[in-house]
Write a protein that binds this ligand. Sequence first.
Ligand SMILES: Nc1ncnc2c1ncn2[C@@H]1O[C@H](COP(=O)(O)OP(=O)(O)OP(=O)(O)O)[C@@H](O)[C@H]1O
Length: 393
Amino acid sequence: MFDRSSAVIRDAKKLSFEYVPEKLVHREEQMRRLETLFKPMITDNLSCSAFLHGGVGTGKTATAKRFCEDVLKYCAGKNKQVGLIFINCRIRNTEHGVLIHLLRYFDSGFPDRGFSVEEMLRSLKRHMDEGSRPYVIVLDEVDVLLKNGTKDLMYQLTRFTDELRNSSVSLILISQEAVVEMLDTASLSSFKRANAIKFDKYTKNELKDIVILRAEEALVPNAMSIDVADLLADIGKGFGDARLVIEMLEKAANIAEERSGGKLMADDVRSANAMIYSNVSENKLANLDTKRKIALLAIARAIKGEPYVSITKVEKTYEVVCEEYGHPARKHTQFWTYVQDMEKMNLLETMVRSEPDGGRTTYISLPDIPPKELAKKLEYLLETPVSDDFVEF
Ligand SMILES: Nc1ncnc2c1ncn2[C@@H]1O[C@H](COP(=O)(O)OP(=O)(O)OP(=O)(O)O)[C@@H](O)[C@H]1O
């Protein structure tokens, strides 16, 4: 039953997005910046820091992990010890939780409760000093921690080295948001703005290279053609998110494996896209407030199977939809703001075209979600009232 040989997948572990490839593509600049910032730690055991920020799936975590692993390897070659502690602050999202994780690096049996923050900090300092080496603490998704009011811990960590005799503590903070503003002035003085490293969204060609690299590592040789990589990158380019493209590759490879066809085909990618996109869009749609849901429903209805629809036509439908849901219709400028917000979220696209009479008209298209499907989802959501906070992606 399980001994059937795989025609497509060679190493399933390497398809998960927790896996960090041996080689990263298109993050050379960020790796170089990290090397420059952390050189004083390697050469003189000094405390260093870096702040990695950028959108979802732009390779922040992978770059930090790759960099840290390279540092460990480099130092091992020079007989130098470095301690690396990686913390996902979405899981460890309190001061207490972070401290326990740090202490368990030294003492795996450290209890969950029974110690105050001060006692834990004292114990951590003792362990670190005994270790007599530089430590690197990576705080992934640190914005979650900062939003939970842990500025004091951040301050303590940025100043830890001052109280150690034999060791130093360096920090790598990772966040989608620019958290520097969330730090208090005291922590900011150690965490200089100049230490920020930006991760831009990936372009289509960059995503294509990432997918090819991952397929080389995880799939049977020649299981994926360049055209299929191109299709994956094309679907992902609106988001610039490597995570989404890797997830799609993984799903498509599994679909191809089940099909027993021996190769990953474009249709496997399309099926994977349909599965993933419906989750992504459902999430985004659910987070829209009522005003924007109504505006999007008007667009979905007005487009009627055409590739795009003029904004003037949409606004007429919008008035009808507002009436249907007993909602006041907003003026043109407000409606246009909704459209722009939703364009930023990749839910729609706008374009301006010159008309034969010399005027210019704005058109809206719905590139990925079939309008009928979208309208059905929105109608369902509008009948299921939820909180009306608008969440921008
Ligand atoms: N430049 C790259 N080269 C190869 N693989 C990459 C690259 N960038 C990202 N990846 C892969 O894409 C996936 C997502 O990347 P990663 O988790 O680093 O993104 P992130 O920016 O930390 O996202 P998030 O903010 O959502 O945590 C991982 O599997 C990672 O290995």
